[in-house]
Design a binder for this molecule. Structure first.
Ligand code: SF4
Ligand code: SF4
Length: 348
């Protein structure tokens, strides 16, 4: 029964991503991304080595945020198996990729999360946990702050605003208060405290349809407000742009705002952001082990260019590190304004 449900969901999702790819490529009157690149003297994007192996361990999450590009939630059953997690670790061990970036869903909910962390650390790799904060308060997960601190894992956590109303509007009622409680737990074990070596990165993305404001200015405002209102400390803030895919794309379409949003992204194209788009130095793996140029291409089921290895079990860092990148209209989200990546703004 569970297998049938997962299969049905998978078929539904394939139809949905195919529809989204079609909308992105045909419904916009904006110039193709590759033409805009060429107009600014850039060739098609190509990888320049692999600095980050980003592993999406699945769609299971304790939240159902409005703008989630993964379409994650508590009823999702797609999670990485032990065998696929082993293949990711084998790929790390056989390469000199310095960073393992673990994302989801709520990655901590999946059974292989802690093993991925400890084994990657044993290999001497820097590990990032993309954490939604509220999971740190969930029953059975209360020891996570200590575990992550012991393993010296960087925590990258979404907090779309230092105001309760805005955060709850995007991430669900009550999420802000839980997030603040979780941040305090992280501060208690040293995260975000100067000299602790424990990095706590917060992530802002706009609640509405605008582009993110200046990252340094917003970081200063977050620091001031979180410190004075709640006594919370953090290391740095990343700003990211809402990508026109998944739930956010559906929301734009429902409101009849898709074309306006695309136009905004295209008009804000910034050539200075092109060299720093994250696909040039990372590769993304999904819960089944399939490889993609980035997490966004993964969500659109946009495979790697033809002829390349398709699965982490066939990992070939030399070929993948120089691969041509598959781009589309959603890529304007990475090059608008100050640019946007998993490492925040590109051209600050
Ligand atoms: S916490 Fe993250 S993965 Fe979970 S629903 Fe929200 S945005 Fe999606
Ligand atoms: S959406 Fe992905 S492929 Fe496109 S520019 Fe951004 S990181 Fe690269």
């Amino acid at each position: 029964m569970m297998f049938q449900l997962t299969l049905l969901r998978r078929n539904h999702e394939l139809a949905r991503t195919a529809r989204q790819r079609e909308i992105l490529e045909t419904a916009s009157e904006q110039p193709p991304f590759v033409r805009t690149l060429a107009g600014h003297g850039f060739g098609p994007l190509r990888a320049d080595g692999i600095q980050v192996l980003q592993v999406n361990v699945g769609k299971l999450c304790n939240q159902t945020c409005h703008h989630c590009h993964v379409d994650a939630g508590p009823d999702r059953r797609e999670i990485m198996s032990r065998e696929t997690a082993n293949a990711c670790l084998a790929a790390l061990a056989a390469s000199d990729i310095p960073v393992l970036d673990i994302t989801g869903g709520a990655p901590e909910l999946t059974p292989n999360f802690r093993r991925l962390v400890t084994e990657a650390r044993r290999l001497g790799r820097y590990v990032i946990d993309r954490c939604n904060l509220t999971i740190l308060l969930a029953p059975g997960y209360e020891d996570l702050p200590e575990f992550l601190a012991e393993q010296q894992v960087e925590i990258v956590a979404s907090l779309p605003c230092y105001l309760e109303q805005n955060t709850d509007a995007q991430r669900g009622a009550g999420v802000f208060r839980k997030s603040i409680a979780a941040l305090k737990r992280l501060n208690d074990v040293g995260y975000g405290r100067p000299g602790s070596g424990l990095t706590l990165t917060l992530v802002f993305n706009p609640v509405g349809r605008e582009l993110p404001p200046s990252q340094p200015k917003l970081e200063a405002a977050y620091r001031r407000e979180l410190r004075t209102r709640y006594g919370v400390e953090f290391t740095r803030l990343h700003t990211i742009t809402n990508m026109p895919i998944s739930r956010f794309l559906e929301d734009l379409l429902q409101r009849g705002e898709y074309e306006t949003y695309m136009q905004k992204l295209v008009e804000a194209f910034n050539p200075a952001a092109v060299a720093g788009v994250m696909c040039r130095t990372m590769i993304s793996v999904d819960w089944r082990g399939r490889l993609y140029d980035c997490d966004f291409n993964q969500m659109l089921d946009l495979d790697l260019a033809p002829g390349l290895p398709r699965n982490i079990r066939e990992f070939d860092p030399a070929r993948l590190g120089t691969r041509p990148i598959v781009t589309g209209q959603h890529c304007y989200g990475c090059t608008a304004g100050a640019g946007s990546s998993c490492q925040g703004a590109i051209a600050t």
